[in-house]
Design a protein around this ligand. Structure first.
Ligand code: HEM
Length: 395
């Protein structure tokens, strides 16, 4: 089924990204984009990713000396994934970790994501458009446009620059004249806007959720810290390859993606001509259908103890052998699944491993109810997560 256009507003430049493109344009775009996300490409990108993960750790190491060691770790994860994604896309970081502040354009991105729900309302009820325009903060709509203008400028600068870095653009330029899978400059801008959101927001949200869940479940944190600190003697030993072989770490990542799926709502498809039979129900044509991840992953008929954080279920614990593991698809599946899955897993494992290898963390009292205060607005709107950071070798 094709994606339901109501749920996929066009990017600010009016050109579809692969997320909402029709099947023909999707396969043309996806084939080109995939070059930058293959296992080999991700291995080559490690050098850039490590640079920012190391900056994250070393800047965080300065904190215990200031502010009583207390940080909003959610903001720090966002700085790190923003810097990584913009360097991989545009050949330069946002500079968030250098300045320890959120880049102006990430604030615009926030408005861009939050504005999406307004597009759903006006797409279903066009008469609300004038009313909403009066009621909503224009900053949100202007922010969305400004964000895409900025992505356009950065893309142009990168396209006219040096091309031999192991970043995304190098792979796209190298492969764009083979097999006729060429994308226009405007299509690249639309996809770059998508990749900034998908690549930095979902990854930062997962890291924040993992930190919260680990700190709320001290026995899990202890087991993970033991694995990480026993496996590696030095920071430099913690590589993409090494973290992929740490079983408990991988199980913690899988359980976090189940417990707080970054894409918590369904990604709507529209039933085509003549209707369809779905799970034994006749569904008329034109109906929007989807599977919402949060209820599916917290349903007792799919997972035993669904509201408990149990990484062991992913490691063959017999108590959980009846779990419906195939029903947990945080990256979606099929030809329109997440193209950045390999990179996302590598980044998630690496950041968590280096963080827990280097520091002990403590959840601050004001963040004990953090998950209850998270809201889903297409993607998550997550509040601050305050933790105290202490070097793991400090008394
Ligand atoms: C925890 C991290 C991530 C999660 C949970 C996630 C999840 C998803 C999901 C569920 C989709 C399908 C959306 C739909 O059907 O409409 C998707 C698509 C996509 N994701 Fe991710 N993603 C993550 C990280 C990344 C990263 C790191 C990148 C790139 C740097 C990325 C790039 C994309 C792109 C380009 C698409 C569109 C694919 C297509 O339509 O063919 N994602 N992602």
């Amino acid at each position: 089924m094709l994606k339901d256009p109501v749920w996929y507003p066009l990017p600010g430049n009016g050109v579809p990204s692969i997320l909402m493109a029709n099947d023909k344009d999707h396969s043309r775009g996806r084939r080109l984009l995939s070059h930058a996300f293959s296992s080999d490409a991700v291995a080559n990108q490690e050098v850039l990713v490590q640079k920012y993960v190391d900056a994250f750790i070393s800047r965080l190491g300065e904190i215990p000396l200031r502010d009583n060691g207390i940080v909003d770790i959610q903001e720090w994860f966002r700085w790190t994934t923003n810097d990584i994604t913009t360097d991989l896309l545009f050949g330069k970081p946002f500079g968030c970790l250098e300045r320890l502040e959120t880049h102006e354009h990430m604030k615009l991105l926030k408005y861009s994501i939050e504005s999406e729900r307004l597009y759903y309302i006006t797409a279903y009820f066009p008469w609300t458009k004038a009313l909403l325009n009066l009621m909503i903060d224009q900053k949100i709509l202007e922010g969305r446009k400004a964000f895409y203008d900025w992505v356009g400028e950065q893309t142009e600068q990168r396209l006219s620059g040096e091309t031999q870095r192991p970043d995304f653009m190098t792979y796209w330029l190298r492969n764009s004249d083979t097999g006729g899978h060429v994308l226009s400059c405007e299509e690249i801008v639309a996809n770059n806007g998508l990749i900034i959101v998908a690549g930095s927001d979902s990854t930062a949200n997962t890291l924040t959720s993992a930190t919260y869940l680990l700190l709320r479940n001290p026995s899990v944190m202890e087991k993970l810290a033991d694995e990480i600190r026993q496996l590696w003697n030095s920071h430099d030993e913690i590589t993409f390859n090494a973290v992929s072989k740490a079983p408990y770490l991988s199980a913690v990542v899988s359980e976090t993606l189940r417990y707080v799926p970054p894409a918590a709502v369904g990604f709507e498809r529209r039933v085509g001509e003549g209707g369809a039979a779905i799970s034994g129900y006749a569904v008329p044509e034109g109906t929007a259908v989807s599977i919402s991840a949060w209820p599916a992953y917290h349903a007792e008929r799919n997972f035993r103890d669904p509201d408990a954080f149990v990484p062991e279920r992913w490691l063959g614990d017999p108590q959980y052998e009846g779990d419906n593991f195939a029903g947990c698809q945080p990256f979606s599946f099929g030809p329109r699944n997440c193209v950045g899955k390999n990179l996302a897993y590598a980044e998630l494992r690496l950041v968590l491993a280096k963080l827990i290898w280097s520091f002990d963390l403590e959840l601050m009292a004001q963040s004990h109810d953090w998950l209850k205060r998270c809201r889903v607005m297409t993607l998550w709107k997550m509040p601050e997560l305050f933790v105290k950071v202490r070097g793991s070798d400090q008394p």
